[in-house]
Design a protein around this ligand. Structure first.
Ligand code: F0G
Length: 352
């Protein structure tokens, strides 16, 4: 399948002169979630848009292909970003592809191992700081302005343009818009982008009504829910450990215009959804991604409206579970090795 720019060139800010830097991103599966659908009941169908199957394992690649292609068109001498991990992995890969240097500024000790490994192996200059994502973002905005290096965080408008394509794909696959779309919210670029995609589909009469946008923040990092900046955001879902989202206004607009909401989910609820997805649906996403499903289940159990009977719900799973192997195995103690003969194996399998 071709990459995003090739597939959606007429709906993206590119021209025939734009050098396309692509890893064949997008075209991710929309996976039915039968166990979740059964829990929710009333003939409602839940689908998982598994963005963890993008080339670098997260939805960031959608925005990065457009941002980096435009940077190359403009003759950029390098890329820079602040990141909780996934943006840095994506930026590093696309920079390698484009043959330009990439600097990534990360909150020290708060980035999952897999993401760090990606940034390093793709050759990015990794700079951990004693500070959180919000501070890192402020700094890279300043440095990109003064040094003429392209900023590839989602404040770069081309990132949002690329990421809006997720909504085109969902509509193409379902044949209609879902009734509700749940997704995790950190810096709020993704909800802004998904809403732009639906809005454009509405304007071009491809859908009669858009979905309700249901943004899910981690309770310890929920500035949009509380209405004020969180100075020291905390959550086990480090990808969305953000206290002052750059696209705050975009998120508010998305929920206002779509009659949706932003809600907070506790770390325990995120972990429960993370394990449910892995053990019942067979889908291994990273903890931040499971915030979308946690939000859906939270509203369902609270008796709040999620979607009409017989309707369709999409939950975005933003990143791959393999990004954060430490969390997946935490608390697990591997048994000691057994002898390799069949009897010992049978015994270890608890088969009588
Ligand atoms: N899920 C994952 C796995 C993420 O990595 C992020 C953001 C989000 C959700 C939230 O998306 O910021 O557009 O609201 N990660 C950024 C990063 C901040 O640096 O990788 P958002």
């Amino acid at each position: 399948m071709a990459g995003l720019i090739e597939r959606f060139s007429h709906r993206l800010p590119v021209s025939p002169e734009t050098p396309v830097i692509s890893l064949e991103e997008g075209s991710t599966p929309l996976i039915p979630a039968p166990a979740l659908s059964q829990t929710i009941g009333e003939d409602r169908q839940v689908y998982l848009k598994f963005e963890g199957l993008n080339p670098t394992g997260s939805f960031k690649d959608r925005g990065m292909t457009v941002a980096v292609s435009k940077a190359m068109e403009e003759g950029s001498r390098g890329l820079i970003c602040a990141s909780t991990g996934n943006t840095s992995a994506s930026a590093a890969a696309y920079a390698a592809r484009a043959g330009v240097p990439c600097w990534v500024v990360l909150p020290a000790g708060k980035v999952a191992t897999g993401k760090l490994a990606q940034a390093i192996i793709h050759g990015a200059r990794v700079i951990p700081i004693d500070g959180n994502f919000d501070i890192a973002l402020q700094r890279v905005i300043e440095i990109s302005n003064s040094e003429g290096i392209t900023l590839v965080n989602s404040v770069n408008p081309y990132r949002i343009e690329g990421q809006k394509t997720v909504s085109f794909e969902i509509i193409d696959e379902l044949g209609h818009a879902p009734d509700s779309h749940f997704l995790p919210v950190g810096n709020a670029g993704n909800i802004t982008a998904a809403w732009r995609g639906y809005s454009e589909e509405l304007e071009s009469n491809r859908i009669p009504i858009p979905p309700r946008m249901m943004g899910c923040q981690a309770a310890g990092s929920a500035p949009i829910v509380s209405g004020s900046v969180v100075e020291n955001p905390e959550t086990i879902a480090t990808a969305i450990r953000i206290g002052n989202p750059a696209s705050w206004q975009g998120a508010l607009q998305a929920v206002e215009q779509s009659n949706g909401t932003i809600l907070a989910v506790e770390d325990e609820e995120i972990l429960a959804a993370y394990h449910h997805l892995a053990s019942r649906e067979g889908v291994f996403c990273e903890p931040a991604s499971a915030a979308s499903v946690a939000g859906l289940l939270k509203r369902f159990h609270a008796g709040l409206e999620i979607c009409p009977a017989g309707g369709t719900i999409v939950c975005t799973l933003t990143g791959n579970g393999l990004k954060d192997p430490d969390l997946a195995v935490a608390g697990t103690i591997l048994p000691d090795p057994v002898d390799a003969d069949l009897d010992s194996l049978r015994k270890a399998m608890d088969l009588s």
